[in-house]
Design a protein around this ligand. Structure first.
Ligand code: GLU
Length: 421
C-alpha cells in the first residue's frame, strides 16, 4: 500500500543506478523531483441528482525526452505520492524502451465499481475538463491504468476533441479501435512480458511446461495466462482481490477468464476438477517456476519476500516489490524482470497508437506484434547483457540503461562544466 516514503523508496533505485555511472550532478537534480503535479477536486452529478466530489491528479514527472506519457488510474487508495511515484516509473520505462517520451501519470480517488456507467462517463469527462490545459498530443498523453479501460479513453478523447474544437485522437492512447485505437493495444502489457520471457527462456531456464503463478487477474493477468498457457506453460495458481485458486496439473485459463467476464472471482472455480482454494496472501509463496505479480504496488515486501519459491519474477504490475524485498530475492538468487522493462509493452503499443493517429495510417495486428517483439527483445537483451557485465540485478541494469538515455538528453542542454569552464 502507498505510504509516506513511496517516492523516496523509488528514488533509491535511481541513486543505485547513478553510482554505476559517472553522472553530472545536474542529472540527478533534474530527476529527483516531479516537475509538476496538479490536483483538482472533480464535481459530478450522480444519478440520484446529488453532487459528489472526487480528488484527481495529473503529474508530469519529467519531459526532457519528449511529451509526458502515462496512464490514469481510478482507485480508492490513490494519493499524491502514489501518482508521483508512478510518474517517476513511467519516466524510466519510456527511457528503457527508447520511446520519445517523458513520464507522467494521473489518478482519481474513486472506487469505480460503485458508480453507474453514466456516472463513470461523467467522471471521465470531468477529468478531461479539469486537465485539458495540461494534456495534449505534444504535451502529455494519458492512457489506461488500473480500473480504467478503452471505453473510458474513448470518452476522454471525445471530451478533449470537443474542448479544442477538432478531432484529436493522439491526445490519449488505449482508445477503442473504432475511435482510432491501435490493434494489439488490449493485450500489449502482457504480450511484451511474454516476448521477454520467451526471448530469455534459455537463460532463465523457463521452457514450456514450467509452472506459473499469477497474482492479480485483470487485463495483464488474464492475457499473460492465456499467452503462456497457449505455449504449453502450466498456470498452477491465480489470485484476484477476492481470493485465489490453485491446481497442481494446471488451471483451465478459459474458465478463469470466463468467470471474470461474468463478474465473479477466480475463487468461484474452487471445487471443480482438481482446483482448490488458496488464501490470496499465500499466492506469492506457491511452489512454481515463474511468479507474475500483476496487481498493485508493494505486494512483495520484507515480511513475505522470503517465502517466494519461484526462480524468476516477471513484474507486470508497477512497483510490486519493495527495495527491501528486492535485496531478499537477490540473496535467494531469484531473477526479477523489473516493471520498467517487463510491463513496458503497454506503453510501447501506446506509442504505436500515437504514431498511427498522427500519420492517419493504421497498421495490421501482425505489424504491431512484430514491432513490439523486436523492441522487447532488443532492450531486454541489452539489459540482460548489462546485468551480466556489471554483475548487478536486472532491475539495476534496467535503471542504468534508462539513466544513460535520460542523462544524455539532460546533458545535451549543457551542464555545469559547460557554463563554468
Ligand atoms: N498504464 C500503463 C503503464 O503503467 C500504460 C501507460 C501508457 O500506455 O501510456 O505502463
Amino acid at each position: 500500500m502507498p505510504n509516506a516514503s513511496m517516492l523516496d523508496q523509488a528514488l533509491t533505485r535511481l541513486d543505485e543506478a547513478a553510482r554505476q555511472l559517472e553522472l553530472d550532478a545536474d542529472v540527478l537534480e533534474k530527476l529527483k523531483y516531479p516537475r509538476e503535479t496538479t490536483k483538482v477536486r472533480l464535481m459530478i452529478r450522480m444519478d440520484d441528482g446529488s453532487r459528489k466530489s472526487f480528488m484527481a491528479w495529473r503529474c508530469r514527472y519529467d519531459d526532457t525526452r519528449g511529451p509526458t506519457k502515462g496512464g490514469i488510474r481510478f482507485h480508492p487508495d490513490a494519493t499524491d505520492e502514489e501518482v508521483e511515484t508512478l510518474a517517476f516509473w513511467m519516466t524510466f520505462k519510456c527511457a528503457v524502451m527508447n520511446l520519445p517520451y517523458g513520464g507522467g501519470k494521473g489518478a482519481v480517488r474513486v472506487d469505480p465499481h460503485g458508480l453507474s456507467k453514466a456516472e463513470l462517463e461523467r467522471l471521465s469527462r470531468a477529468y478531461i475538463q479539469a486537465f485539458s490545459q495540461i494534456i495534449g498530443p505534444d504535451r502529455d498523453i494519458p492512457a489506461p491504468d488500473v480500473y480504467t479501460n478503452s471505453m473510458i479513453m474513448g470518452w476522454m478523447a471525445d471530451e478533449y476533441s470537443s474542448i479544442v474544437g477538432q478531432s484529436t485522437p493522439a491526445v490519449i492512447t488505449g482508445k477503442p479501435i473504432a475511435l482510432g485505437g491501435s490493434l494489439g493495444r488490449d493485450d500489449a502489457t502482457a504480450r511484451g512480458g511474454y516476448y521477454l520471457v520467451r526471448h530469455l527462456s534459455q537463460e532463465l531456464g523457463l521452457r514450456p511446461g514450467a509452472r506459473i503463478a499469477i497474482q492479480g487477474f485483470g487485463n495483464a493477468g488474464q492475457h499473460i495466462a492465456r499467452l503462456l498457457a497457449d505455449d504449453g506453460y502450466a498456470i498452477v495458481a491465480v489470485s484476484d482481490s477476492q481470493g485465489a485458486v490453485q491446481a497442481r496439473g494446471g488451471l483451465d485459463v478459459r474458465s478463469l477468464i470466463a468467470a471474470k467476464q461474468n463478474g465473479s472471482s477466480v475463487a468461484s472455480l474452487a471445487g471443480t476438477g482438481g482446483v482448490s482454494r488458496l488464501a490470496a496472501n499465500d499466492l506469492i509463496a506457491v511452489d512454481c517456476d515463474l511468479l507474475v505479480p500483476a496487481a498493485l504496488e508493494d505486494m512483495i515486501h520484507k515480511d513475505n519476500a522470503d517465502s517466494v519459491k519461484a526462480r524468476v519474477v516477471l513484474e507486470l504490475a508497477n512497483g510490486p516489490i519493495t527495495p527491501e524485498a528486492d535485496a531478499i530475492l537477490a540473496g535467494k538468487n531469484i531473477v526479477v524482470l523489473p516493471d520498467i522493462l517487463a510491463n513496458a509493452g503497454g506503453v510501447t503499443v501506446s506509442y504505436f497508437e500515437w504514431v498511427q493517429n498522427r500519420q492517419g495510417y493504421y497498421w495490421t495486428v501482425e505489424e504491431v506484434h512484430s514491432r513490439l517483439k523486436t523492441m522487447m527483445e532488443q532492450e531486454g537483451r541489452a539489459i540482460w547483457a548489462q546485468a551480466q557485465e556489471r554483475g548487478v540485478t536486472m532491475r539495476r541494469a534496467a535503471y542504468v540503461h534508462a539513466l544513460k538515455r535520460l542523462a544524455g538528453a539532460i546533458e545535451a542542454h549543457g551542464t555545469q562544466k559547460f557554463f563554468t569552464s
